[in-house]
Design a protein around this ligand. Structure first.
Ligand SMILES: *[C@@H]1O[C@H](CO)[C@@H](O)[C@H](O)[C@H]1NC(C)=O
Ligand SMILES: *[C@@H]1O[C@H](CO)[C@@H](O)[C@H](O)[C@H]1NC(C)=O
Ligand SMILES: *[C@@H]1O[C@H](CO)[C@@H](O)[C@H](O)[C@H]1NC(C)=O
Ligand SMILES: *[C@@H]1O[C@H](CO)[C@@H](O)[C@H](O)[C@H]1NC(C)=O
Length: 431
């Protein structure tokens, strides 16, 4: 890869007659280098600023393993003067981000930084830890991220996309590496550096699996709920886990899904009892979260713990057909059960459920205390879009999320808005 830089003229202005105007160094540059290629130096162009404006230098370094990304913007600015400042936005071990900012008016070409040498020192070799992470730094996609041993002190793998815009720069940077904390926070709260604004979106890893179990007593006895598989989500998606329990008395069903999700607020957990005993119990647990493998509940306890204690039901006088079919229909002559006292109505319906990798119609017959709906018109339970028989109030929302989408929504714009390319400059490690 050659070290040729695109230097872009970000603006040409002419001084008003008789008004003092500064000449500033001008140029932008961005790229990814081997750490061993540094320090870099460059040959800036010049421009005459609007009177009253100052000269600025902005430089951002992001380092991951053996690679370092640098973004440089030099030119005129309306911002107030600022002494040269080096800021460590995120310290290592692992991924780090450092910036240099300077705004001056004391003379022509006072934004005279022409080398990265004073700002960037080769990192000291770090003690290896036990964590391994994919490591990559690339302006496009991470085609071949290598898995590397993280330095000691790293606790999490980071996988994100940084977007830097402003000051003549428009840059996307794909970043993978080792971090000392979970979550999508490489920028550590930084939103702006000089004229550059920065945003980050992350690609989480989530557990992925579907869980269905039918037997007696699932509302009393916790059962294991794990997923061995994992998946990488699309940018901006979160992890989710959803568990739905239906208990008609002598049998019960648990339906669960763990995977990436586009729906749901970040870091929310909801326990709901949709239909209470006496009679059919319908309850759910859902959890949306935004750190790697955070959808890792390993037992149905997360749902059962929120249920009120259930006394042994006292038999009543009514009898109802009783049936629970997670994937199908109940016949019209199901065996009858004696209803618990207080549940004197027969329910015969179904819940259509879709989302989270599952589409099914769960048929339910049993005793209920009130005639009507089990779900009280609820349309979304965690990742599941649900619709109950005869509940036709609203159009059913399309099933969402599920990580089945494509990566095409991610486009890496490469600064096409910068139409004023007036020359090519070169930037070389040692000239
Ligand atoms: C970075 O270093 C590796 C090996 O050290 C080399 O294969 C690769 O070409 C270098 N890349 C650049 C952009 O210099
Ligand atoms: C995050 O930024 C704060 C100041 O804003 C700094 O004190 C802290 O050390 C930074 N954290 C890391 C890990 O660099
Ligand atoms: C159901 O669970 C309860 C509480 O753990 C227990 O007392 C009862 O014996 C169980 N019933 C059956 C049929 O396993
Ligand atoms: C059903 O939902 C409505 C509106 O969301 C709520 O006011 C009502 O209390 C709910 N009924 C039950 C039995 O939960």
């Amino acid at each position: 890869m050659s070290l040729v830089f695109l230097l872009v003229l970000v603006g040409v202005t002419f001084p008003l007659p008789g008004v003092q105007a500064l000449v500033c160094q001008l140029g932008t540059a961005k790229g990814v280098w081997n750490v061993s290629d540094l320090p870099l130096s460059w040959t800036p162009k010049e421009t005459t600023c609007t009177s009253g404006w100052g000269c600025q230098d902005t430089l951002v370094f992001i380092e991951s393993g053996p690679k370092v990304s640098m973004v440089l913007s030099k030119g005129c600015t309306q911002a107030g003067d600022q002494e040269p400042r080096v800021t460590e936005h995120r310290m290592g071990p692992g991924l780090s981000m450092t910036s240099y900012t300077h705004v001056c008016r004391q003379g022509d070409r006072c934004n005279n930084l022409v080398t990265s040498a004073p700002l960037w020192a080769s990192p000291r070799p770090a003690d290896p830890g036990s964590l391994r992470c994919p490591v990559c730094l690339s302006p496009e996609v991470c085609l071949e991220s290598t898995e590397e041993i993280c330095p000691r002190g790293s606790t999490d793998c980071y996988d994100g996309l940084l977007r830097l815009t402003g000051g003549g720069i428009s840059s996307n940077l794909r970043v993978q590496g080792c971090m000392t904390q979970p979550g999508c926070n490489l920028l550590n709260g930084t939103r702006e550096v000089g004229p550059l604004s920065m945003t980050e979106t992350c690609f989480l890893t989530c557990y992925r699996g579907i869980f269905i179990q039918s037997r007696e007593n699932l509302s009393q006895e916790p059962t294991e709920w794990t997923a061995a598989a994992t998946e990488t989500c699309e940018a901006g998606q979160v992890c989710q886990e959803t568990l739905l329990l239906v208990d008609i008395g002598f049998t019960s069903t648990l339906v669960g899904s763990k995977r990436c999700s586009a729906v749901g607020a970040k870091d929310s957990q909801t326990n709901s009892i949709h239909s209470r005993p006496p009679g059919v119990l319908v309850a759910s647990y859902s959890h949306f979260c935004a750190s790697n493998l955070c959808n890792g509940a390993d037992s149905s306890r997360v749902l059962l713990n929120s249920l009120p204690p259930q006394a042994a039901p006292v038999p009543g006088n009514r009898q109802c057909p009783a049936c629970l079919q997670p994937f199908g229909s109940c016949s019209s002559d199901s065996p009858k059960m004696t209803c618990p006292r207080g549940a004197d109505h027969c329910y015969d319906g179904y819940i259509r459920l879709s989302g989270g990798g599952l589409t099914t119609t769960m048929s339910i017959q049993g005793c209920v205390a009130q005639p009507g709906f089990l779900l009280n018109h609820t349309r979304q339970i965690g990742i599941f879009s649900v619709r109950e028989k005869d509940d036709v109030q609203l159009p059913v929302p399309e099933p969402q999320g599920g990580g089945a989408g494509s990566l095409e929504s991610l486009t890496w714009g490469l600064g096409l808005a910068l139409a004023l390319v007036l020359w090519w400059g070169t930037l070389c490690p040692s000239c």
